[in-house]
Design a protein. Structure first.
Length: 878
């Protein structure tokens, strides 16, 4: 995309500059002249880039991006997912109020005013730096190329680079992707901006769930205004314009306590067996789903209703590992709108970006309702509620009494990707090349969607032993058989994370049963697959052999789902159940069937499963210590093996015609095996093989390791200061309105933010006034809680007034916005935490005035919590 078009269309430059006419941007003259054209190391570029100050030699000069700081993070990686998953972009951009977190404990050569730790949960954007333009992963078309549809823009192999340069270009491309993936996964976002800088050649990138828009390269020596405009616009944008999802906010202290207690209570009902100590299991489960100071409120709309529920979440236990696609997260969530004893107090929240329109005609939420019709005994979760997520804005208003107010407004449009809207633009490269690929890669619109399900359990990776693994997967066999027989619906996306282990408190059988979720790839097995309909995005490791090998398939049947389910069992059994010959044979099986993929005609293919299906080449050496499990594996793999010349086989003396791998046969074989071997199947024999299989650790997806994920961070503007709390006198209504008014004394000079690395769980019995994890009270300002008349709601339901305000007194009186200075009218600052209308009624009854840039020059209204405004305005005035 042309740079000017990117700034105007993607970053809304005309609208933002019109609103901020009095905001004087720093001069672009000679802005980046010290950036070398070719650098031996990336570090030679960091300081000359100088985005934090106009004059690199003057630390007191104004910032090019007020409110944000660009830090050298190349020496300090983010290891929240362990050493193997560590990440360290060259430069991360952080909001200034996060600097204390990302710069603490920086010592020696890593310390400095513009050096910091990589914390992807707080990164607002990032810059990937390379020393030379020759390693740019993107290739702009030469001026003599008349047909851009034939030009390969990404990793063009015909541009004459050396083999080393090509490898470096691939690495650079991969680094950009993985950093964007992690930020989008760790934060509640709609999209993300980033910068790729190779020597003095820069590109802007906009990432969303449909794809990425990349600008043409420009020389920051010749055109410094492009980069200056980018960072200046970034400073003036609202959080929503920067890509954050504003339907998520940080929970109050009271809500965090409610969440932790509810999760503890629910965990005690989900212990796998009497052999597992309930207290130990509850503590481990709490750590998997909750981290102190990281509980957020997610707004979930009810379909065809104006009601929006408030659900509390913290750690996801299913986590997106790709930047594009559905990117679903799954949480245990606490519904604050129902009572403590309600059957759906703790629910399963699936946050996803669905294809729009659905490729099969109906959404996952629609198909779940259909599958339950007329079927009583089926292990499918019940749909509690669902809906597409609406766009949310924050509208500032100025009252005659000099009160600045904010109203939250939900729009009738939904959060959706935008990349697909530009496919027909004249500057798009490679469209003809993509049409020649089979199947054709497509860029589809994705819309943000949330489903709430009735089965808050654990993924299949959390099974405790052989017995639970085989019984839970047999529950899935019965579910697949029923949905296929009754509705002709197949699943097409079997994986360990699509099976939930859940104990139904009402069921007579107290064991954890296997529930099948993630029906977004469903298909009517009576329909014929064509090249476009067959192109879907399953979990590649577990697809049936025919699809994995890239062979054309005219029909998808329930037998294909059952084959995928068998691969799930084999994979988990290799990773977690005792083997006699673990090292060599296990590694060969994992590598041959699940990790070896080649690219053919634009898609990944693997012949491993097809070869094993015919000859058992990869699995014949596997010998499990439990004899019954070995019998099960041998029986199933033999049944999967094609019969010669269409012959017949038998099991237990009963003949089966044509092939043993028929749904009714597999169901019978599985059930008969469990009846015969139940008492021979261990219940607690799970142990990790990963430490002994070092050569396969790198290829094991994080979703299958079972470690807890870091919580998803809400918008930087909805952070909660550690000294804030809401007393028991404050109430939250069903509609999500808070009826409290906070009056704060002068803030402390050194506010403390939640520690991003903190794993300490708070003592739920500690005083609600305790700031610190050990229950002690830190130095803090006093908070007075006062009910706003007519706005407080409680058990009786919402009051007549839908509005409530959080107010805090501030005193700054700054005149101009020139650089990092934020202007504010004298008086009070008010922030609305709820409200369905675009404006707030003034307390004196007079009409509000919508703010413009002359009256309201705050760069970012949504971030304006009292602490940030007070400290920043105070610092600016000084």
């Amino acid at each position: 995309m042309p740079v000017e078009a990117f700034l105007d269309t993607c970053m809304e430059r005309p609208d933002i500059f019109e609103k901020w006419q009095q905001a004087s941007a720093p001069s672009c003259k000679d802005a980046f002249v010290d950036v070398p054209r070719t650098a031996s190391t990336e570090k030679e570029i960091y300081d000359p880039l100088s985005l934090n100050r106009i004059n690199p030699k003057n630390d007191d000069s104004k910032s090019r991006c007020p409110g944000f700081t660009f830090l050298d993070t190349s020496d300090s990686d983010d290891r929240h997912h362990g050493h193997l998953g560590s990440l360290k972009p060259d430069v991360c951009c952080y909001a200034n109020h996060h600097l204390e977190i990302v710069q603490k404990d920086m010592k020696g050569k890593k310390s400095g005013p513009y050096r910091g730790r990589t914390v992807m949960g707080y990164a607002a954007t990032f810059i990937e730096v390379k020393g030379s333009p020759s390693v740019d992963p993107f290739d702009d078309p030469p001026s003599d190329v008349s047909d851009l549809s034939l030009w390969q823009f990404v990793l063009n192999s015909e541009t004459g680079n050396s083999a080393t340069a090509r490898d470096t270009r691939k690495m650079c491309f991969g680094q950009n992707i993985i950093y964007a993936t992690e930020i989008l996964a760790r934060q509640h976002r709609q999209f993300l901006y980033s910068i790729s800088l190779c020597g003095p050649m820069a590109r802007f990138i906009r990432w969303d769930r449909a794809g990425a828009i990349v600008t043409e390269a420009f020389d920051i020596h010749r055109f410094p205004e492009h980069l200056c405009n980018f960072v200046w616009l970034f400073a003036l944008m609202s959080d929503g314009q920067r890509g954050y999802d504003l339907t998520v906010e940080l929970a109050s202290r009271d809500e965090e306590k409610i969440f932790a207690e509810a999760i503890c209570k629910h965990a005690s009902t989900q212990a796998p067996s009497a052999d597992v100590a309930s207290s130990t299991f509850s503590a481990d489960t709490l750590k998997m789903h909750y981290m102190s100071n990281h509980v957020t409120v997610v707004h979930v709309p009810e379909e065809d209703s104006s009601v929006v529920r408030r659900l509390l979440v913290s750690r996801p236990f299913v986590y997106p590992t790709t930047v594009f696609g559905k990117a679903w997260r799954t949480y245990w969530a606490v519904d604050t709108t129902v009572g403590e004893d309600h059957e759906h107090r703790v629910v399963l929240l699936k946050d996803t970006w669905r294809e729009d329109p659905p490729p099969c005609g109906r959404r996952e939420s629609d198909i779940l309702g259909c599958l339950h019709d007329g079927v009583q005994t089926i292990n499918l979760p019940k749909l509690v509620l669902s809906g597409d997520v609406k766009q949310r804005d924050v509208i500032p208003t100025l009252y005659p009494d000099h009160t600045i107010g904010f109203a939250v407004q939900d729009h009738p449009i939904f959060q959706s990707s935008r990349t697909q809207d530009f496919l027909t633009e004249s500057w798009v490269c490679g469209s003809a090349l993509r049409q020649c690929q089979t199947p054709q890669p497509t860029i589809r619109k994705h819309t943000h969607h949330r489903l709430v399900l009735s089965t808050p359990g654990h993924t299949l990776t959390q099974f405790t032993g052989t017995r639970e693994l085989l019984y839970a997967t047999f529950d899935v066999v019965k579910t697949l058989a029923t949905t296929s027989e009754k509705h002709h619906i197949v699943h097409r996306n079997l994986s360990p994370r699509s099976i939930i282990l859940y104990t139904d408190p009402k069921a007579e059988d107290r064991r954890r049963q296997g529930y099948l979720i993630d029906w977004d790839q469903w298909w009517d097995d009576r329909n014929t697959l064509d090249s476009s309909e067959a192109q879907y995005s399953p979990s590649l490791q577990f697809v049936c052999a025919t699809l994995a090998s890239g062979d054309n398939k005219s029909k998808y049947s329930v037998e294909d789902d059952l084959e995928s389910l068998l691969y799930v069992v084999i994979y988990l059994a290799i990773l977690w159940l005792p083997l006699n010959n673990r090292n060599r044979c296990a590694s060969e099986a994992i590598r041959g069937m699940f990790q070896s993929w080649d690219q053919q005609s634009g898609r990944l293919v693997s012949l491993g499963k097809k070869v094993n299906k015919a000859s058992q080449l990869h699995t014949e050496g596997l010998k499990w210590m439990n004899d019954s499990l070995q019998i099960f594996m041998d029986t199933m793999l033999n049944a999967l093996q094609p019969l010669p010349d269409g012959g017949s086989g038998d099991y237990d003396g009963k003949p089966f015609c044509e092939s043993l791998w028929i749904c009714s046969n597999i169901k019978t074989i599985w059930e008969s095996f469990l009846c015969e071997h139940r008492d021979k199947l261990p219940t607690m024999d799970k142990e990790s093989s990963l430490p002994l299989l070092e050569d396969m650790v790198n290829g094991t997806p994080r979703n299958l390791i079972g470690d807890p994920y870091f919580p998803t961070m809400s918008s930087r503007g909805t952070k909660r200061d550690r000294s804030q709390f809401i007393s028991d006198g404050a109430a939250t209504s069903v509609a999500g309105h808070m009826g409290v008014q906070l009056t704060l004394d002068a803030p402390l000079s050194n506010e403390t933010l939640p520690d991003d690395d903190s794993e300490t769980l708070p003592d739920l019995q500690a005083s609600e006034h305790s700031d610190l994890e050990d229950g002690t009270v830190s130095k803090r300002r006093r908070v007075e809680v006062e009910t706003v008349p007519g706005s407080l709601t409680g058990a009786e339901g919402p009051s007549q007034s839908p509005h409530a305000m959080l107010s805090s007194t501030i005193i700054p009186s700054i005149i101009d916005l020139t650089g990092p200075v934020i202007q504010c009218v004298p008086g009070t600052f008010s922030r609305s935490v709820a409200g369905s209308n675009a404006t707030q009624p003034p307390r004196d009854g007079s009409a509000p005035t919508t703010l413009n840039s002359t009256k309201y020059p705050f760069p970012d209204p949504i971030v304006a919590w009292d602490v940030d405004l007070y400290n920043l305005a105070k610092k600016s005035s000084e």
